[in-house]
Design a protein around this ligand. Structure first.
Ligand SMILES: Nc1ncnc2c1ncn2[C@@H]1O[C@H](COP(=O)(O)OP(=O)(O)O)[C@@H](O)[C@H]1O
Ligand SMILES: O=C(CO)[C@H](O)[C@H](O)COP(=O)(O)O
Length: 422
């Protein structure tokens, strides 16, 4: 039996899903630590592999990994990080935005404090930069641990670095920054890179010719897992953050709102990612409270509380402002009312996001699939449907790791009906 492993590094955890040729899940494994901090990325990868039952491990034909988009790091010639990675929502790049504006085209995706290029430029001005040889995304580095070749990425992860996903090359304007670093060679997501390192294969009982494939981002993996496939279909990821993806014939880029488009087959995955979302809910409620209090809320009645729920100042989409202050007052005494206000406000932000995408020329939204930890919340889904005015449905599979396993299968399998996602 040929099996395919997808690994998802999200904001708060990591999961692995093994599927067969028919896309049927054979096993799921997860890292259930408190928080997935960078020093634990490597050990988490080994734990996930070790947790897959041995007989299944022997049948894995290809592996792909997705990471949080725009989580980046510098490493030396041996692949050792030279400094702590900068996470997707790290806004330190704000100080180099003026410099970037002088070289990047107006309204380009990189013109955001959290873009990968803003982070690279900021890093290039730090003392540790002299030790660095490669710039990689989280997913690139994790895949490197498996295949051993440095300097490889995919065009989903590389979008926010400024890679031209239409021409499939780095644009000339990027060279004007003169950053002395090896930028990754960019492949189509899912492309087999190399066979797994022999020592890793023997340590985990994997096949010697198990392929490690180019990865993708966590939200695109969630889109692939959802079952959405027609223009007008969208996927909202209700994870730690709130991420919108709308499949469209038209490409849309507008850094004013943090809107950008990923290449997706012959179509475009338009969208944006907000810092609001489950991480803010987690700040006030645990999962059990979220589930029980939500049941007490009447989703047909709108809450008048108008929040902009953020953990700290700064959002990326639909308002791209690194200084945007959180708005979490007035706070009612009843936790149920407070939660209602949070869910209602996030639904308003989501609806505003889709409205902007459509106003800027994306296909009209016909249906919204939902992925991520918040997808199980039927109250929230009903509130969202009231705002979105289109059917809000559960994704076929809500695990990003499942989408990444499909990606590995699509390119590595000889299966005649293998889908091409990218
Ligand atoms: N019943 C619920 N209602 C709303 N949100 C929930 C519920 N249960 C969990 N969550 C949220 O889901 C988030 C985790 O989702 P997950 O997809 O695992 O996130 P990540 O983006 O970190 O991978 C948490 O931040 C939590 O607030
Ligand atoms: O907020 C995030 C972290 O979980 C998302 O990964 C992200 O920013 C979405 O980016 P992309 O559209 O490139 O997948």
């Amino acid at each position: 039996m040929d099996l395919y492993l997808g690994i998802d590094y999200g904001t708060s955890g990591a999961r692995g899903v093994v599927i067969d040729e028919q896309g049927k899940i054979q096993t799921e494994v997860r890292y259930s630590g408190q928080k997935l901090e960078a020093p634990h990325w490597k050990s988490t990868l080994w734990s996930l592999l070790a947790e897959i039952p041995e007989p299944l491990r022997r049948e894995i034909r290809a592996i792909a990994i997705n990471g949080t988009s725009s989580t980046v790091l510098l490493c030396d010639g041996a692949g050792e990080p030279v400094a702590a990675p900068l996470l997707y929502n790290d806004g330190r790049g704000a100080v180099v935005l003026e410099q970037l504006k002088k070289v990047a085209p107006p309204n380009h995706t990189v013109l955001s404090a959290t873009s990968s290029l803003a982070k690279l430029l900021w890093m290039s001005q730090q003392s540790f930069f002299s030790e660095a040889r490669y710039f990689l995304h989280q997913a690139d580095w994790l895949a490197f641990l498996l295949h051993g070749k440095l300097g490889i990425s995919d065009y989903h992860n590389a979008l926010k670095l400024g890679y031209d996903v239409e021409a499939l090359e780095y644009p000339e304007w990027l060279e004007k920054l003169e950053i002395p670093i090896q930028l990754p060679t960019v492949l189509a997501p899912g492309t087999p890179i190399r066979e797994i390192r022999p020592d890793i294969a023997s340590q985990f009982g994997l096949q010697k010719d198990c392929l490690v494939c180019a990865g993708t981002t966590d939200s695109i993996a969630a889109f692939i897992a959802s079952g959405a496939e027609s223009p007008g279909e969208a996927v909202t990821s209700l994870g730690s953050t709130l991420v919108l993806k709308l499949l469209s014939h038209t490409r849309i880029e507008d850094a004013r709102y943090g809107i950008y488009s990923h290449r997706f087959g012959d179509l475009w995955l338009t969208g944006g990612a907000s810092n609001t979302g489950g991480a803010v809910l987690r700040e006030f409620f645990n999962n059990a409270e979220l589930a029980s209090l939500s049941q007490e809320i009447d989703p047909a009645t709108a809450s008048n509380l108008d929040y902009y729920p953020l953990l700290k100042a700064g959002d990326r989409f639909p308002i791209n402002d690194p200084n945007l202050p959180p708005r979490l007052t007035p706070r009612p005494a009843a936790p149920r009312e407070f939660l209602h206000g949070l869910l209602e406000s996030m639904a308003r932000i989501e609806a505003r996001g889709y409205e902007l995408l459509q106003n800027l020329g994306a296909n009209q939204v016909t249906r919204v699939y939902t992925a991520g930890g918040g997808a199980t919340n039927s109250t929230w889904n009903a509130i969202r449907q009231r705002h979105l005015k289109v059917p809000v449905v559960a994704s076929e599979n809500t695990e990003a790791a499942y989408g990444t396993a499909l990606l590995a299968k699509a390119k590595a399998s000889n299966h005649k009906n293998a889908k091409k996602f990218t």
